[in-house]
Design a protein around this ligand. Structure first.
Ligand code: KIV
Ligand code: ZN
Length: 514
């Protein structure tokens, strides 16, 4: 490997999914993993196989589907965890076991209740055990940035001696500052005798907003793997954002002479997909992928950009896959042009999916004057979430406004092939619609999130709705996109219910009825 190459280790599907509410089902994880593979991500951490059967199956499914990236599973320092992880990554062309143990005084005393010597012994033991299943073993010193240097050096040396090829030093609680964290990495290179036998990796959380800065400081001091997530998704304030790391390295290669294998043009698509699936909206002013990241509002800036883009743009929107809001096509556009557009947007769909998307595009073009790239993306993503749904929206009529009090909804749903209808009232049109769904399909799930955003500008924009439902501690996110906000809301709610049914079926096959 060339000495300037930085390995990109994406943990959106593992640490990212640990964000409360950011649950993803198996199909969604595979979809995200395939986009990550296409982007050129080196290592995809697909989950924590011992955590649940769902996690195990998802890691296994990703390992089966992805062939161009290494597939990694997380395991604590126990035989049971490591065995389960080894089993899950078995179908991978290239599989990695990532095992971890806390090393800071605070974690050893209160969390592990173990003496340092016992921790040290367990590090060597767990790594050696993982090596029985694969040559590619990563070891992490959890809370590494708050670990005493002498002890950290001893643990790292022991892990490498036991066969770890990658050593990860997490800033688990996002406490480090860049100089300090970079110096920690440099200290390991100075003091650990067998350090040249492993790649040093960093994994930074964003509690102080320093995750990306800390990661880059570590790269400058010798780290050659960065663990990160799309949109910075992750526990608490999140992990280092992959798009920021990659674009900082690309844009400031003069100062940071390191490279990644990421095809940056896929960044916008990956960001959008993760946001749609998790319901975690990207803040408008978020670096690289926020809606305003390339917008120029003030007249002076607009004038400058028109004269010479680099006056106010340090990266081109195209370099992150953002085509300047192209007008796609009108209702007279043909199938061939539509197919070419899908390809342009990064979609490789089968014939049936193209046909379905084309029908929906025609339908949308009938209702909406201008159809933009963003509309096509929303439309295709919306179709992809529907799969083999048991509940389908047939029709919805809503009466609301000052003349129709109380607001009411007339709804038809197809449930397991049978069409049922109901009329319901509510505190507003959305409430009436959701009450109608509940009347046709009674359930106890709680609505945790109802969120609407506009895909493009203008009053005829498609509304993209996320509905998050919670049942027995498990959450699901449903999505819907339509020019009619209420129809989009109903579709999102129905989508969430369908996901809940799949979840129930996996945990308790007998509980299938509503
Ligand atoms: O933040 C952390 O320490 C982790 C480890 C499990 C790598 O996520
Ligand atoms: Zn973490």
């Amino acid at each position: 490997m060339d000495s300037t190459q930085v390995i990109i280790f994406d943990t959106t599907l593992r640490d990212g999914e640990q964000s409360p509410g950011a649950s993803m089902n198996l199909e969604e994880k595979v979809r995200i993993a395939l986009v990550l593979e296409e982007m050129g991500v080196d290592v995809i951490e697909a989950g924590f196989p011992i955590a649940s059967n769902g996690d195990f199956e998802a890691v296994e499914a990703v390992a089966r589907a992805v062939k161009g990236s290494t597939i990694c599973g997380l395991a604590r320092a126990t035989k049971g965890d490591i065995e389960r992880c080894a089993e899950a990554i078995k179908p991978a062309t290239s599989g990695r076991i990532h095992t971890f143990l806390s090393t800071s005084p605070l974690h050893m005393k209160y969390k592990l209740q173990m003496e340092p010597d016992a921790v040290l012994a367990k590090v060597a033991e767990s790594v050696a055990y993982a090596r029985k299943f694969t040559d590619d073993v990563e070891w992490s010193a959890e809370d590494g940035s708050r670990t005493e240097h002498d002890f950290l050096c001893r643990c790292v040396e022991a892990a490498i001696a036991a066969g770890a090829r990658t050593i990860n030093i997490p800033d688990t609680v996002g406490y480090a500052v860049p100089d300090e964290y970079g110096a920690l990495i440099a200290m390991l290179f100075d003091r650990v005798p067998n350090i040249d036998k492993a790649i040093i990796s960093v994994h930074c959380h964003n509690d102080l907003g320093l995750a990306v800065a800390n990661s880059l400081a570590a790269v400058a001091r010798g780290a050659r793997q960065v663990e990160c997530t799309i949109n910075g998704l992750g526990e608490r304030a999140g992990n280092a954002a992959m798009e920021e790391i990659v674009m900082a390295l690309r844009t400031r290669a003069d100062h940071l002479p390191y490279r990644t294998g990421i095809k940056t043009e896929a960044i916008t698509r990956a960001s959008r997909l993760v946001s749609t699936i998790t319901g975690f909206v990207v803040q408008p002013n978020k670096a690289i992928v926020g809606k305003n990241a390339f917008a120029h509002e003030s007249g002076i800036h607009q004038d400058g950009v028109l004269k010479h883009a680099q006056t106010y743009e340090i990266m081109t929107p195209e370099s992150v896959g953002l085509n300047r809001s192209h007008l796609v096509m009108g209702k007279h556009s043909g199938r061939a042009a539509f197919k070419a557009k899908l390809k342009d947007l990064g979609y490789e769909l089968g014939d049936n999916a193209v046909e379905d998307a084309f029908t929906r595009f025609k339908d949308l073009a009938d209702r909406k004057k201008d159809v933009f790239d963003e509309d096509i993306v929303a439309l295709v993503d919306d179709a992809a979430v529907r799969g083999n749904d048991r509940i389908r929206l047939v029709s919805l009529g809503v009466m609301c406004g000052t003349r129709h009090v109380p607001p009411s909804a007339e709804l038809e749903l197809e449930i397991d092939g049978e069409v049922k209808a109901v009329h319901a009232i509510g505190d507003g049109p959305v409430d009436a619609t959701f009450n109608a769904i509940k009347a046709l399909f009674p359930h106890d799930a709680h609505l945790q999130l109802y969120q609407v955003s506009a895909v493009t500008q203008g009053t005829d924009a498609q509304a993209e709705v996320t509905v998050r439902l919670e049942e027995n501690g498990k959450t699901v996110n449903g999505q819907g996109a339509e020019t009619d906000t209420l129809v989009a809301s109903a579709r999102a709610y129905v989508n969430a219910l369908n996901k809940l049914l799949v979840k129930r079926q996996k945990t308790a096959p007998a509980a299938l009825t509503a």
